[in-house]
Ligand binder design. Sequence first.
Ligand SMILES: [Zn+2]
Length: 106
Amino acid sequence: MDIKALGETIVLVGSAISTLKQVMDLLPDGSKKAEAQSDLEQAERQLSIAEAQTAEALGYQLCRKHGFPPVIMDSKGNGIWVCPECGDEVDEFEGGFVGSNPMHRS
Ligand SMILES: [Zn+2]
C-alpha cells in the first residue's frame, strides 16, 4: 500500500471511529458498553500513532513537545513549520527550533 492510500485509509477509519462513538452513546450502560468504549479508545490511540507516522513519512514535521502521539505541524512555507497546539516553530533545513510562542501553554 502506498503512503498516500494509507493516509486516506486513516481518515476513513477515523471517521468510522467517531461514528461508532456516537452510536455507543445511545447504548444502555453496562459492562459490555464499558468494554467496547475502552476498545474504541485503544483503537483511537493506535490510529493517532499511525496518523503521525504517516504524516512523517509524507514529509510533515512533528512537534514532539506533547508526549505521544506527537502533534503534526502546519507548513508556513520555506521549510518553516508551526505547531497548531503550542505555536513552536521548526526549520526543517536546520532541524532545530527557530522560535517559541510566548503563549506556550505547558
Ligand atoms: Zn507543539
